[in-house]
Design a protein around this ligand. Structure first.
Ligand code: FES
Length: 180
């Protein structure tokens, strides 16, 4: 089953057509951005973009994305298309953090983040961070369609994404920063 993942064509040869897309992304493609939360399409932690629109990958069978474009958190960076793969970019981020840890310094990122990702860091909009993937993907999907979405539209887009830590104020601040 072939589809475009973060700008590159991939073939999920080992998965059956009814395998949830989330399993293919995490297990076969080794991308950790989309998270397994409820597995039932209810929490939003597994969100990805399919042809630019937000979808809950735990509830999307692989067959649905055949020939389509899937974007994960790792593929949002403007540098993702220049990297060998989104996995390579993800590995680079891990190396940046490990290098900084061993030197006792702040991680220096060697690639650019998407404006929404950067806004989440600037607004410190994560506590445990488990929902962050879904929140970011929901906002990117919204801003793809409505770059100047209103606060109410932002709340609507995030309404099905659950955050148990309660960082909703900072998440709204991040959304406002990204909109600017
Ligand atoms: Fe997919 Fe919760 S894990 S919506």
């Amino acid at each position: 089953m072939k589809f475009t993942l973060n700008g590159q064509e991939v073939d999920a040869q080992d998965a059956t057509s009814d395998t949830p897309l989330l399993y293919v992304l995490r297990n076969d493609m080794q991308l950790n951005g989309p998270k397994f939360g409820c597995g039932l399409g209810e929490c939003g932690a597994c969100a990805v973009l399919i042809d630019g629109k937000v979808a809950r990958s735990c509830s999307v069978p692989l067959s649905v994305v055949e020939g389509k474009k899937v974007t994960t958190l790792e593929g949002l960076s403007p540098d993702a298309s220049k990297a060998a793969s989104a996995k390579a970019l993800q590995d680079r981020a891990v190396l940046d953090v490990s290098a900084a840890k061993s030197e006792g310094s702040t991680p220096a990122r060697t690639f650019t983040l998407h404006v929404v990702q950067q806004a989440f860091i600037d607004a410190q909009a994560a506590q445990c961070g488990y929902c962050t993937n879904g929140m970011i993907m929901a906002l990117v999907g919204l801003f793809n369609q409505k770059p100047q979405a209103s606060d109410d539209e932002i709340k609507q887009a995030l309404s099905g994404h659950l955050c148990r830590c309660g960082t909703h104020v900072e998440i709204m601040q991040a959304a406002a920063r990204a909109r600017e």
